[in-house]
Design a protein around this ligand. Structure first.
Ligand code: 6MZ
Length: 413
């Protein structure tokens, strides 16, 4: 199977965890460093990291399987390796460069703000380190802020033109928006702190909240007040839903009507029906203070009335599909039986994503190659194009992405 042709196709990534996307080579280097300082025993962790080493030519190199439990143990190790400010900045820069190198033009990167007293790290300073990583990217033009207030850097040229060059080649451009994750291990108080931080960082590209973490840990209802608060304040919400067969939780999550859900692997018949029928009322609101239009769920109707309701329509709950992740963790036994096929046939909005490209040794191009092995090339380009509609970015960014994909249709469609 050809991965190369999928590398050049422009793509949108909506479900990528920062620490799960870190390069294995960087993790090895960090582990070696900590080993030399005596903080960890390098030989104990080397093989764990090596198991995730990237194989650029294999589509589903199944020898690399990791169970969900193993994966979450690996995350704990990764967090030991990465949680200081300089490293968070470094891996953010590298992850953005890796996505840009495979022609991702819009990346919604999610991460769990972490407090680590031993490193004098607060959730806020963790996010400052992430944002510093975005600023440090120099090989591509990065736009990570909706405002031009000098806090973030804006793209100097639009996606539609190739006016800037880097080493004699047209300079790539990438839009980045951030989602702050709530880990299911956290308390409601910690989750609230994350939501308030997200609101504080709206100017530097934070657009929403994600609920993630080990799906068998904690009770998602703990976080409902924080998730409702986030939504009431205009943040977008995506939930990891149905990674394990907990039907009560799946139904309750669908009833919450998040704009998107991640994975959706273990839904039984009635939950599928609910997902496919669920429609989120959305309304366009004129934000009179900033002279912009924002799309919000009409659950925030009071805000809509104050802001001036322009128009309303409905949208389905988008499903973030992570093929390799689901197969590597044995959540789904093989691609042929993956729910991608059923959702695709029913034209339910789905978005191909990587989840954790370091941990699962995948890339977005690989995910497209796997999907293309089952479906036609034209339809696969349409998948990338439709993903734009499910991004949480501001309407003017979404419009630019739409125009860009329409321009590329003849080439890739
Ligand atoms: C649920 C996942 C995940 O936030 O430290 N995470 N949560 N299911 C998954 N599928 C396998 N993959 C990653 O990135 C790593 C964190 O993201 C969540 C976990 O909480 C993990 O610790 P950040 O940047």
């Amino acid at each position: 199977m050809e991965i190369g042709s999928w590398v050049s196709m422009p793509k949108v990534e909506l479900h990528a965890h920062l620490n799960g996307s870190a390069r294995s080579s960087t993790l090895l280097e960090l582990a070696r460093g900590l080993g030399e300082k005596g903080v960890i025993v390098f030989s104990d962790v080397e093989h764990v990291i090596l198991k995730g080493m990237f194989c650029p030519f294999c589509l589903l190199d199944l020898f690399n399987d990791r169970s969900l439990t193993e994966v979450f143990k690996l995350f704990d190790l990764i967090h030991v390796l990465t949680t200081d400010h300089a490293t968070v900045t470094r891996i953010t820069k590298e992850v953005v460069e890796d996505f840009a190198a495979e022609n991702v033009v819009y990346l919604e990167l999610r991460t769990t703000p972490k407090r680590n007293d031993s490193k004098c790290m607060t959730k806020h300073s963790y996010m400052e380190a992430v944002i510093e990583g975005l600023r440090r990217v120099d090989a591509v033009d990065v736009n990570f802020t909706s405002t031009n207030n000098g806090v973030g850097r804006t793209v100097k040229s639009s996606l539609m033109s190739d006016t800037h060059t880097y080493n004699g080649l047209p300079r790539k451009k990438i839009y980045i928006r951030l989602l702050l994750s709530i880990d299911r291990r956290e308390t409601l108080e910690a989750a609230m702190e994350t939501v308030k931080l997200a609101l504080e960082l709206k100017d530097v590209g934070v657009v929403g909240i994600d609920l993630s973490g080990h799906p068998k840990v904690g009770d998602w209802t703990t976080f409902l007040p924080a998730l409702k608060f986030a939504r009431d304040q205009g943040l977008r919400v995506t939930l990891h839903c149905g990674e394990v067969p907990n039907q009560e939780e799946i139904h309750a999550m669908l009833d919450f009507l998040p704009e998107r859900i991640g994975h959706a692997c273990c839904l039984e018949e009635d939950a599928w029906r609910k997902l496919k029928m669920s429609k989120i009322p959305v309304c366009a609101i004129a934000n009179t203070s900033s002279n912009t239009i924002v799309w919000q769920t009409s659950i925030t109707l009071s805000a809509a009335i104050i802001g001036g309701l322009l128009e309303s329509c409905n949208s389905y709950v988008g499903v973030e599909i992570c093929l390799t992740s689901n197969i590597r963790t044995n959540t789904i036994s093989s691609v042929d039986v993956h729910h991608f096929a059923d959702l695709y046939r029913d034209k339910h909005p789905l978005i191909l994503c990587t989840d954790d490209m370091g941990v699962f040794s995948t890339t977005l191009s690989k995910e497209y190659a796997i999907a293309a092995a089952t479906f036609g090339k034209k339809e696969i380009f349409e998948l990338a194009r439709n993903a734009v509609e499910f991004s949480f970015a501001e309407e003017d960014v979404v419009q630019e992405l739409r125009d860009f994909f329409n321009m590329k249709r003849d080439e890739y469609g």
